[in-house]
Write a protein that binds this ligand. Structure first.
Ligand code: CTP
Ligand code: MG
Length: 385
């Protein structure tokens, strides 16, 4: 195979997802906490044979696109057309590649083995596509059942579809502008190109209707594993007449010293959340030396950790905190703290636990020199993360 140029994954995401319905086009909806488009992008980014990922989006979808890709650094999206074929053609014209894998964003789960098979087949033919056998009986039907259609030698065609870039670009150029096509292999064949078939995968099935999302969600959840993260923090008492604890302001004879609002409970919680996804700690995300965080509400830190988890497709199941001090008394504020943290994490209150203890007048908390807090977070994540 010619390795002289790049192998580009071209993901078409310019559709409107009308059959699936919903407030945003289906490729921008979340499955397992992560957008359908982000699942597809990650499958290609994570494959060593793919040099670049390019995405084709619809006009006016820039905002949806940006929030869907999150922190992923990709070249600017390409603007597609009114049909899938036009979107692919716009993408093919915009990229610089030796080989291209054209993929529907609406197929979020792309097994690496399928990519391997396609790339191996491209060494021999200018095109290669994944297919699966048809297992059901096929028949024509109107209101009444018509003739059975022989299924021998008939396959279901999936994406990604891999081609030599120059060959598929030429084939698209030769295809009549007023004729539609549901995939690119038929366009390749019309131009006389040989297209090899490799074994596809049921995971590649397209999300087309609303109920496909339910199935995709449960398939993904079945493959998630539970992770836990632990957090601990201490702040000393200082000047002031109130403390922030668990996102709640409590009038008190002293304040807590610290760069932000010194909410020791939310700091421990932030570290627990970051710990569950192995994403550093609060200090690495919000350096105390940065003047932006002077007096900052610690709710910001919790929301940031929450978003980092969501971007990776994680789901927060539960958090539990222990606040360690002689005073103030936590009991009277417990319900408000639970509600506040539940709001920040978008969890039901039942998934947030707040406990408090003294240390029997022992140690720095016992001498009322400061407050300590511990937190633990339980998060579900895809196995591959
Ligand atoms: N697509 C595209 N440009 C279009 C139409 C479709 O890039 N003008 C993309 C879709 O975003 C999707 C893929 O082509 O990833 C397969 O198309 P389909 O499943 O039909 O998606 P939609 O056209 O968005 O859905 P619907 O037909 O239900 O509106
Ligand atoms: Mg469509």
């Amino acid at each position: 195979m010619d390795r002289g140029g790049k192998t580009v994954a071209l993901i078409v995401a310019a559709g409107r997802g009308e059959r699936a319905g919903g407030p945003v086009p289906k490729q921008y909806r979340r499955v397992g906490g992560k957008t359908v488009l982000a699942h597809a992008i990650d499958a290609f980014i994570g494959h060593s044979a793919i040099d670049e990922v390019r995405v084709v989006i619809g006009e006016g979808q820039e905002k949806n696109y940006r929030s869907a890709i999150g922190v992923r650094a990709l070249p600017a999206p390409i603007i597609g057309g009114a049909t899938r074929r036009e979107s692919v053609y716009a993408g093919l014209r915009a990229i610089d590649a030796a080989h291209v894998l054209i993929h529907d964003a609406a197929r979020p789960f792309v097994p690496a083995a399928v990519i391997d098979r396609l790339i191996a087949a491209l060494a021999v033919t200018p095109g290669a596509i994944p297919v699966l056998p048809v297992v059901d009986t096929l028949a024509k039907a109107d209101n009444l059942l018509g003739d059975t259609v022989p299924r021998e030698g008939v396959v279901r065609v999936q994406t990604p579809q891999a081609f030599r870039h120059d060959a598929i670009l030429g084939a698209h150029g030769a295809w009549p502008a007023d004729r539609d096509a549901t995939d690119d292999a038929q366009i390749a064949r019309a131009a006389g190109l040989d297209v090899a078939t490799v074994t596809g995968d049921r995971l590649l099935e397209k999300l087309t209707h609303a109920e496909d999302f339910v199935a995709a969600e449960s398939r993904l959840e079945a493959r998630m594993i539970t992770r836990t993260g632990l957090g601990f923090d201490v702040h000393a008492f200082g000047q002031g007449d109130r403390v922030w604890l668990g996102g709640v302001e409590i009038p008190f004879g002293r304040g807590l010293a610290g760069h932000s609002d010194a909410d020791v409970a939310l700091h421990a919680l932030t570290d627990a959340l970051l710990g569950a996804i192995g994403d550093g700690d609060i200090g690495s995300h919000f350096p105390p030396s940065d003047p932006r965080w002077r007096g900052a509400p610690s709710a910001l830190f919790v929301e940031h950790a929450r978003d980092r988890i969501a971007e990776r497709g994680g789901i927060i199941d539960h958090v539990d905190l222990t606040i360690i001090c002689e005073a103030p008394r936590i009991g009277p504020h417990r319900d408000e703290m639970r509600a506040r943290i539940a709001g920040l994490l978008r969890l039901s209150v039942g998934r947030v636990s707040i406990k408090a203890t003294t240390t029997e007048r022992l140690g720095f908390t016992g001498r009322s020199e400061g407050i300590a807090a511990q937190a633990i977070a339980t998060v579900r994540m895809g196995e591959e993360e």
